[in-house]
Design a protein around this ligand. Sequence first.
Ligand code: NDP
Length: 484
Amino acid sequence: MSANDVIIEKNYYNGQWVPGSGARLAVINPATEQPVGHFHEASAEQVDAAICAANAAFPAWSALSGSARANYMRKMTAAIRDHLDDLVQLQMANCGKPRSEAVADILGSVECIDYFADQADALDTQRQTPIEYDIPGYRSSTRLEPMGPVGFILPWNFPMKICSWKLGPALAAGCTVVIKPSEVTPFTDTFWGKAAELAGLPAGVLNVVNGTGAITGAALSEHPGLRKVSFTGSTRTGKSIMKAAAEDVKNIGLELGGKSPILVFEDADLDLAARLAVEGVFYNAGQCCNATGRLLIQESIKGPLTEKLVEQYNAVVLGTPDTPDMTMGPLASKAQYDKVTGFQDIAREERLHCVIGGGRAAAFNTGFFVEPTLYDDVPRSSRLWQEEIFGPIMCIRTFVSEDEAIIEANDTEYGLAASIVTEDDERAERVAAQLEAGHIYNNVSVAIPPQTSWGGFKQSGIGRELGPWGLAGFLEVKTVTSRD
Ligand code: NDP
């Protein structure tokens, strides 16, 4: 049985595979522009049925010990490992990713669920904690309780991996879940339903509904039967999910992307700096919420660093995922291609200085391929400096002093991630303390280990995923105060 056989055209709720009752939608291979498959959209009534199933399953699932839930979670990751090759093939076909990146996505999701299975084990001894105080006649303790049934609305840039950041802590905490994958990349995320089935999860603990944001996503975010909606995607959609949550005061988790700076100081190792900057904006063809799209270079090293950047740009091999030695694929969808090439058009209108790239990739007649692009001396007022592009486009500005670099770096409505490249550890610590971002990288690339935290300052979102903070996001704190 291949992953492909079990996931096309179906939703999974209350332990059953159910075809959507709505419109038939095509899922496109971005390298060929041909359908990878189709699915029928889940209606609002089907979303309601999935949420009812999650509510019915909640009492028994939340009453299990953490280690019992951890056992189910480890069986799910075993099922994913058993289907690794099929899932990688699907991820490559649906997202246009190089094989190494598709493998990293799937195995990253396994690593994350396994990490949170360990946290579920640990919850058995942490769920009730005495509070230390000295008030005669009183004693208090806290209990950690699962929030309840929760919903996830997912993006298309890292299917499975981003879901695992929400699913791992939610299942570990004792929550039941309803997952809405992106309509652009529904299939590998739908495999969570198969993994749940193969692991023997009780019916209703994990449910998947496929469809568009307008119908399936809105039905989920507006539903009063969920205690939290956790969302990753655009700031615009995040705001509408926040408004919907206000209606019944649902908890929300929002991861809304960014416009992450990378600051290169004159004492940096320039080879390392060029590699980090380029990796940060080329990984997944730049479709990363932490892409290093704003490069701030100390003026004295601009010439030599720009030369090294151009070398790295010239080494990129654009291609379909099955092309040997390809290092970058197409953008994931026509909509994203139009958005990114639209920014290249704006750059021409604004007469930005294009160092390399700047257009559609002429070598490809089909597929959503764009040239990796580097703009220099980009004015602060430019839309390319201010807005999230989500493609392989990097913009350069320079700074003279450390203070100026920090002001420039923080001059954005976003605050997800920021990178520092310097050989001076004291400088790194000083600058890290002043940057307004949820994750600071110092001389490393844009890795996100599950033990660390993920989430943003300012309009990059609300709440933190991963690590103990991710688990806390699915637990309510209850204090019990008693008379001695
Ligand atoms: P969206 O924010 O529109 O989509 C993310 C998810 O939200 C999808 O599942 C989408 O459904 C769903 N959705 C859309 N509208 C609603 C709604 N009203 N109610 C509930 N759910 C909804 O992102 P886009 O795909 O349009 O990408 C646009 C831009 O967003 C990108 O160019 C990038 O800048 C940013 N982005 C950031 C990401 C990040 O990692 N932080 C990830 C993806 C995008 P549907 O299936 O219909 O798309």
